[in-house]
Design a protein around this ligand. Structure first.
Ligand code: AMP
Length: 210
């Protein structure tokens, strides 16, 4: 299997799709946002350094994220889904040069209207134990506040409030274009329309990753 790089705005559904694909197709799912939140939760030295940056919706430095990513993957073992990494052209180049090397991969771009994202993110809830993602509108848990999969407690990410969401989307829009051009020039880019909901998106995703 090829490695997959998921590119999409916050709230475009890439985490949800990565989770489903990992469960059904035996990929390893690595999310730099999850890795960073775990450091914050542990109150590690790194966690303390990145907490305020994450809460504002700005990006953590490229070097810090790259080291964290390297420490948490073993490419020899399996195919990976990279979720939330890369976020800019420098990260994309570092991923190719320092991690992927000659291995085969596809970059999938999740295309979605910006205004839909704000509504999605304000309603997003995440399981604090297993990381499963819900949405109060359309993808609600069976029991309010409780994860369907593991009965863990659901929480509302601190950076999923409207002001920070708008900043995160601006940050994203400011860095995505050169990255898309980079993958397009390498003939690695697939674009998928993700407006049609979780199941339709999953079908489209399966058809483009081959
Ligand atoms: P996410 O869960 O992907 O929305 O990421 C949450 C936050 O973690 C972002 O708003 C950034 O502050 C930080 N973050 C996650 N991935 C990266 C990355 N690849 N580069 C820099 N910062 C990141």
């Amino acid at each position: 299997m090829k490695h997959l790089i998921m590119i999409g705005a916050p709230g475009s559904g890439k985490g949800t799709q990565a989770e489903k694909l990992a469960a059904e197709k035996k990929y390893n799912h690595v999310s730099t946002g999850d890795l960073l939140r775990a450091e914050v939760a542990k109150a590690s030295e790194l966690g303390l350094r990145v907490k305020a940056i994450m809460e504002s919706g700005e990006l953590v430095s490229d070097a810090v994220v790259l080291e964290l990513l390297k420490a948490n993957i073993d490419l020899a073992s399996d195919a990976y889904i990279f979720d939330g990494y890369p976020r800019n052209i420098d990260q994309a180049k570092a991923l190719n040069a320092q991690i992927l090397g000659d291995t085969d991969y596809t970059a999938v771009y999740f295309v979605i209207d910006t205004e839909v994202l704000v509504e999605r993110l304000t309603n997003r809830r995440v399981c604090k134990d297993c990381g499963a993602i819900y949405n109060l509108v359309g993808m609600a848990p069976k029991k309010a506040g409780i994860c369907d999969k593991c009965s863990g407690e659901l929480f509302h990410r601190k950076d999923d409030n409207e002001e920070v969401i708008r900043n995160r989307i601006d940050v994203y829009n400011g860095t995505v274009e050169p990255m898309l051009n980079y993958y397009a020039e390498l003939n690695r880019l697939e674009k998928i329309d993700v407006a049609g909901g979780k199941e339709n998106t999953f079908k489209t995703l399966l058809s483009v990753i081959g």
